[in-house]
Design a protein around this ligand. Structure first.
Ligand SMILES: NC(=O)c1ccc[n+]([C@@H]2O[C@H](COP(=O)([O-])OP(=O)(O)OC[C@H]3O[C@@H](n4cnc5c(N)ncnc54)[C@H](O)[C@@H]3O)[C@@H](O)[C@H]2O)c1
Length: 347
């Protein structure tokens, strides 16, 4: 299939694109390039990379594709808080614009990268795909708005699917330090301690970035009727764990002791998710990774690639720091989250 992947130059995209290519698909990327140069090892190359903002995409940009994989977003809570209005603009209105444009261009499939954070404060039980939405942040709200905006577009010619990913972990050529397993492991490597930012009690569903890619591939290749206007929680039941358990695993594997950051308190983002549906509907989706294996992977890559604290805690790997640095240097307008001088999509 010929697939347009937007957000291809981010953390998940840099793993998903080679994974799709290895499965025989022809990939074209589209990304505004906020994290260009923020590399962890050799950058991904060998495919057409277009530069542009999803909010400016026109039908002629999407003609001839069999599917759009929509990853581009303000990708976490701290970034979302920076400017909630722009977060809705990119993550909700931008996502709906991409879906509408894909449909107008005759693209039959649309895979939306949603998030388990739309369930928010989920209460005591495990929440399945038909569970209520209680997002507690603008980022979570933006994913709810996007799904609700895209779903009415579904018809005989257009099949959107919503992949509600758990919190990702694992190595990527565009590593992120601001997600929990990566953060704890990288800090163990660079600082010699497993430093918790909360009291460690919240539950978090986790999934390896390569298993996310596996889920997208399974949806892409599934018969249309099994994924048409369907949501899937993407993760593994075994990997719904308390943050303190992750800290203990990192400590055990790396030998670094656990410590608490000053002011570490409770975290309201506490939810447990039911991952049964994806395995039942998509039997080709077989997650391969475990959290301990992911900790080993990051540790080994940190060693091979010489990870240092200044990089791990700075703009190279922390999305918020990078956006703040782009704004401070005058390259990005924080009120609109637009790069200066950026125009229509270019090859
Ligand atoms: N990483 C996770 O733990 C996780 C979990 C659940 C859902 N998700 C979702 O998966 C997607 C990818 O996440 P990620 O971790 O790779 O994020 P990321 O921040 O590493 O990458 C996002 C990419 O999108 C690009 N982008 C942002 N706004 C754009 C715009 N307006 N036009 C064009 N490109 C734009 C950025 O330049 C970047 O390359 C996001 O939608 C995110 O919300 C991620």
């Amino acid at each position: 299939m010929r697939v347009l992947v937007d957000g291809d130059r981010g953390y998940i995209g840099a793993v998903l694109v080679p994974y799709f290519q290895a499965a025989g698909h022809d990939v074209v990327g589209l990304d505004v390039g906020w994290y260009d140069g923020c590399d962890f090892g050799p950058p991904v190359s060998g495919y057409e990379q277009r530069t542009g903002d999803i909010r400016d995409v026109r039908p002629q940009d999407l003609e001839g594709f069999d599917a759009v994989v929509h990853l581009a977003a303000i990708s976490n809570d701290p970034l979302g808080h920076l400017n909630p209005g722009s977060t809705y603009d990119v993550n909700a209105h931008g996502a709906v614009h991409m879906a509408r444009t894909a449909k107008a261009a005759g693209v039959p499939r649309f895979l939306f990268s949603s998030s388990c954070s739309l369930y928010g404060a989920g209460g005591d039980g495990k929440v399945a795909e038909d569970g209520a939405f209680h997002p507690v942040t603008p980022y979570g709200e933006s994913k709810v708005m996007a799904e609700r905006g895209i779903s009415p577009l579904a018809d005989d010619t257009f099949s959107p699917s919503y992949l509600r990913n758990a919190t990702a972990y694992g190595s990527s050529p565009r590593l992120r330090a601001d997600i929990v397993v990566n953060n704890l492991t990288g800090t163990a490597f660079t600082r010699g301690e497993v430093r918790l930012q909360s009291d460690g009690s919240p539950w978090r569903p986790l999934v390896h970035v390569e298993d996310i890619s596996r889920a997208f591939l399974a949806v892409l290749e599934a018969p249309r009727e099994s994924v048409h206007d369907q949501a899937f929680n993407v993760g593994r039941d075994e990997d719904v764990v308390q943050i303190r358990t992750i800290a203990e695993q990192v400590s055990e594997i790396t030998g670094a002791p656990v410590s608490f950051a000053p002011g570490a308190g409770p975290d309201t983002r506490d939810y447990q998710v039911d991952f049964a549906k994806i395995g039942e509907v998509l039997p080709t989706f077989e997650p391969r990774w475990t959290v301990p294996a992911g900790i080993h992977e990051i540790w080994e890559h940190a060693n091979e690639r010489g990870l240092i604290a200044a990089d791990f805690e700075g703009e190279r790997f922390v999305r918020l720091r990078r956006i703040e640095a782009l704004a401070a240097s005058g390259r990005l307008d924080l009120s609109t989250l637009r790069l200066h001088g950026e125009g229509a999509v270019t090859s």
